[in-house]
Design a protein around this ligand. Structure first.
Ligand SMILES: Nc1ncnc2c1ncn2[C@@H]1O[C@H](COP(=O)(O)OP(=O)(O)OP(=O)(O)O)[C@@H](O)[C@H]1O
Ligand SMILES: [Mg+2]
Length: 236
């Protein structure tokens, strides 16, 4: 077996993209949204991905999150090349390794906060009797102990995003991916979400990768990746 690569602090690479290209074919025209992108994410890092609208941030995040296949290139999770796996296998890996937070929260509208948090456990082998306790603990952790039965419409945007964060954590993922997690929030709620992501990184050692077009937020990360026209452009 090859030795896994590490950075100067000897942190392990948890995720690596090698020469990723993503092209879309729309009405006979091919558009290259990502052009030969390579990057490594190390265990315990707090990384931001930033760049102008349309530069390829969400496309990159979808590929990092195994939600979309690249046109070419490799995606390595730990030492394993996952770029050629079938959707069922990818879904399984996503479910146990990655937690997702989206700009639009993506909660089920008619479903209570606690049931939304329980959703990712639907296909897990966690015994039923533990599930409610786990979801309750997470909602307490995000400060929503009094809102467990509220549906998304009965919650503020910031509270909905905290439900989404609790849901992202229910499978205890090593890596949390967030695409514009503060994009739909007022500045106070946005700051709370950022504070929480920092906490997950610093106190629990989770690797965080988040997308933002806001430079000030991007600078909060330990490392900033700048995307322009589908390429990493950290020297612009
Ligand atoms: N399914 C698709 N079909 C065709 N083109 C697409 C598709 N998805 C994205 N694109 C194009 O790829 C480019 C990158 O889109 P992407 O959503 O990654 O940008 P972004 O950096 O996340 O932008 P924003 O900051 O506005 O969210 C855009 O030009 C977009 O039009
Ligand atoms: Mg986007």
């Amino acid at each position: 077996m090859t030795k896994s690569s590490s950075n100067k602090n000897n942190a392990k690479v948890v995720l690596e993209l090698k020469n990723i290209t993503k092209s879309y074919n729309t009405g006979g025209t091919v558009f290259t949204a990502l052009n030969n992108v390579s990057l490594k994410i190390y265990e315990g890092e707090f990384v931001s991905i930033t760049g102008p609208s349309g530069s390829g941030k969400s496309t990159l995040m979808h590929i990092i999150g195994l939600l979309d296949n690249p046109t070419s290139g490799e995606v390595l999770l730990g030492d394993r090349d996952v770029s050629k796996l079938k959707e069922t296998q990818l879904a399984q890996i996503r479910n146990v390794t990655l937690g997702f937070v989206f700009q639009q929260f993506n909660l089920l509208p008619k479903t209570s906060a606690i049931e939304n948090v329980l959703l990712p456990l639907l296909y897990s082998d966690v015994p039923k009797k533990f599930r409610n306790q786990m979801a309750t603990d997470l909602l307490v952790k995000v400060g929503l102990e009094n809102k467990m039965s509220n549906t998304p419409a009965q919650l503020s945007g910031g509270q909905q995003q905290r439900v989404a964060i609790a849901r992202a954590l229910i499978n205890n993922p090593k890596i949390v991916l967030a695409d514009e997690p503060t994009g739909n929030l007022d500045s106070k709620s946005g700051a709370d979400v950022m504070k929480f992501l920092h906490k997950l990184n610093e106190e629990e050692g989770r690797t965080i990768v988040f997308v933002t077009h806001d430079m000030d937020l991007a600078k909060e990360a330990n490392r900033m990746i700048i995307i322009k026209d589908g390429q990493i452009n950290n020297h612009a």
